[in-house]
Design a binder for this molecule. Structure first.
Ligand code: SF4
Length: 249
């Protein structure tokens, strides 16, 4: 049975940063991770001022208003969050509906999901952004609350599907920008993703004000953005593995 109600933070129309063309980005609440640098901590709960309950009909009505923009810009819908797979039933309802309407669909995911629940959904998506935050499993757990084995296994499986895939690295100075981590990430991508592409997202602290508003000030992050030359070095290492660097933001 389909779940026809979801908890949504926002539907942002005319988005040009989350995939090709003009898009509507559906920010879904819920996430199994707790990244220490998270800029969307409002996604961690279904009960705060940032989230609202929407039915599938509500979402379809909103999306229909933008069909002409998707058509002429080769745009579509992007599922983001939070982590969209956290509400897998509602995600499936939307993906099935918009697939039948012929709309281009993209997902932004942390990769931490049960493959058996998501395989059918991915088969109807056109494009996926998946994060690799850090390759060392122990460090990944310290920084995000979960081990990365499930994420890396899912990325390998996605590499076997007929879906365009971009790996995103949220680059944080002193956290995951070491030569070892970047080499390990690039090596994993070149071995497991045919025609692998990587996008670097330098850390920003724009979400910090939300921690105060949510009463989570003690979690407010204090990380540093890498310098331009440091980002360039990282990109060069990645390219040396034959991986294309893309810039979708
Ligand atoms: S996966 Fe994304 S939304 Fe979830 S905690 Fe990490 S940064 Fe925040």
């Amino acid at each position: 049975m389909k779940d026809n109600t979801g908890i949504i933070m926002n539907i942002q129309n005319f988005s040009v940063n989350d995939g090709e063309g003009i898009r509507s980005t559906i920010f879904m609440a819920g996430c199994p991770l707790r990244c220490k640098w998270c800029s969307n901590p409002e996604s961690w709960s279904f009960d705060n001022d940032y989230v609202k309950k929407l039915t599938l009909d509500d979402v379809v009505k909103e999306i229909r208003k933008n069909l002409i923009f998707y058509r002429y810009s080769h745009g579509g819908i992007t599922y983001s969050g939070g982590e969209p797979s956290f509400q897998k039933e509602f995600l499936k309802s939307m993906v099935d509906t918009f697939f039948n309407m012929g709309i281009h669909q993209t997902i932004e995911t942390c990769g931490y999901f049960n493959w058996d629940h998501m395989k059918d959904i991915f088969e109807k998506l056109d494009f996926a952004f998946v994060d690799i935050k850090v390759m060392n499993g122990k460090k990944h757990k310290e920084l995000t609350g979960v081990d990365n084995k499930k994420i890396l296994d899912n990325i390998k499986r996605l590499g076997e599907l007929d879906i365009d895939l971009v790996i995103r690295i949220p680059l944080i100075k002193g956290i995951n920008d070491s030569l070892d981590n970047i080499n390990e990430t690039a090596s994993f991508v070149s071995e497991n993703i045919p025609n692998g592409k990587i996008e670097i997202l330098p850390y920003h602290s724009l979400g910090n004000y939300k921690y105060d508003k949510l009463g989570l000030s003690e979690y407010k992050n204090i990380f540093q953005t890498p310098m331009k030359n440091e980002i360039l070095t990282v990109k060069k290492i990645i390219e040396s593995y034959g991986i294309k660097i893309v810039d979708c933001k």
